[in-house]
Design a protein around this ligand. Structure first.
Ligand SMILES: [Zn+2]
Length: 359
């Protein structure tokens, strides 16, 4: 019977196996490339590796222990082989991903960047403004909460006029108390009150356009809205005639719709102009041939205009013998609908990107 010595006693073999297993797991965890794995493989599984060196001790121990540890060492060997294989797979996978990241194809087209656009109503407003600016008109602005005086009275809109009715106008409950006068206030129903406000401050010659938001107590449908946009125009000087009005608006129509557009003026009525007219343009949908939109007439209403009523001059103390002027009011939504051939005004307010991206 062999005498067990220090290296071959079974408990020392047990602790050697435990150490190998512990060290292997630790070293493998710190490994990140194939070369290091191959070195480790050699260190543990090679002919002179640590597992082999323990196997060499087995012949010196008791037969029962020899069987037991032989089995344990074989399992350790198989386990180690699996661990190396898995680690190698993991490293291969990572290096594949990294090479994908690093080798991006810079010649591929990029993702398109979508630029925002102005709202179609803003585009139309800007276009109208730029045409009139080129004709010498300046921009003027006024308040959206207006007094009854500027919105109606000074524009010669009499007390019993239907426009003043609650059905048409949003009145504001609180009244302004200015110098002891209670002023009836409302949301302006048109941009025309700015005419009066400017004429109170500026002496002729005057040439202004007034873009802005206006309010009417209207049910919303395809051609009406409770809030919409207008551009008011006013020109006052000595010797301004209806010919100036016609020439200015005809020039505007040609620049806005194109040189081939036809224009006609029809008599109309507004309290603050005399005479008053509607300007029609040849139907943009059927080119004047007659269709359901122009009700077979070949014409579409574009804007209202007229010579400034001398009674308005009286309110602002202009000499009605010396000065004459013309005024016009353009509905921005109306012109946008005609220009873009949109048949429902509500589309402009719904902010549906599928609609807005077309402009
Ligand atoms: Zn038509």
């Amino acid at each position: 019977m062999k005498t067990p010595h220090k290296d071959t006693d079974s408990s020392s073999i047990q602790s050697k196996i435990e150490n190998i297993s512990k060290e292997l797991n630790k070293e493998l965890g710190n490994t990140s490339n194939s070369e290091a794995i191959s070195n480790l493989k050699n260190k543990y599984l090679g002919r002179k590796g640590s597992i082999q060196s323990v196997l060499k001790l087995l012949p010196d121990i008791e037969i029962d222990d020899r069987k037991k540890y032989g089995k344990v060492l074989n399992e350790l060997k198989t386990n180690a082989e699996n661990l190396f294989e898995n680690k190698q797979k993991e490293i291969n996978k990572n290096s594949k991903n990294n090479s994908k990241k690093n080798n991006a194809d810079l010649s591929l087209p990029g993702y398109p960047v979508k630029f925002a656009n102005s709202h179609p109503l803003t585009q139309i407003k800007d276009k109208i403004i730029s045409i009139f600016e080129s004709l010498g008109f300046q921009i003027a602005l006024g308040p959206e909460i207006e007094t009854d005086y500027y919105n109606f009275e000074a524009l010669n809109i009499p007390k019993d006029h239907p426009a003043r009715d609650l059905q048409d106008t949003f009145y504001i409950k609180n009244e302004f108390n200015t110098y002891g006068n209670n002023l009836k206030v409302l949301l302006r129903t048109h941009t025309s009150p700015v005419q009066v406000r400017i004429m109170e401050k500026v002496k002729p010659p005057i040439r202004i356009i007034v873009p802005g938001r206006v309010y009417r107590n209207e049910a919303v449908d395809s051609t009406h809205s409770a809030v919409f946009h207008q551009i008011e125009g006013l020109a006052v000087d000595a010797n301004v005639t209806f010919a100036d009005l016609k020439a200015t608006l005809e020039c505007f129509a040609k620049r806005f719709f194109g040189e081939t557009i036809s224009v006609r003026f029809r008599p109309s009525y507004f309290p603050f102009t005399e005479p008053s007219a509607e300007m029609d343009i040849g139907c943009v949908f059927c080119s004047g041939k007659g269709c359901s939109i122009c009700k077979k007439s070949g014409w579409l209403e574009a804007l209202g205009c007229g010579m400034v009523n001398p009674r308005v001059f009286d309110y602002v103390k202009f000499d009605r013998e010396k000065y004459t002027g013309f005024a016009f009011g353009i509905g921005i939504e109306r012109l946008a609908m005609l220009k873009f051939k949109v048949n429902d005004m509500r589309l402009f307010y719904e902010n549906d990107l599928r609609f807005l991206r077309q402009f």
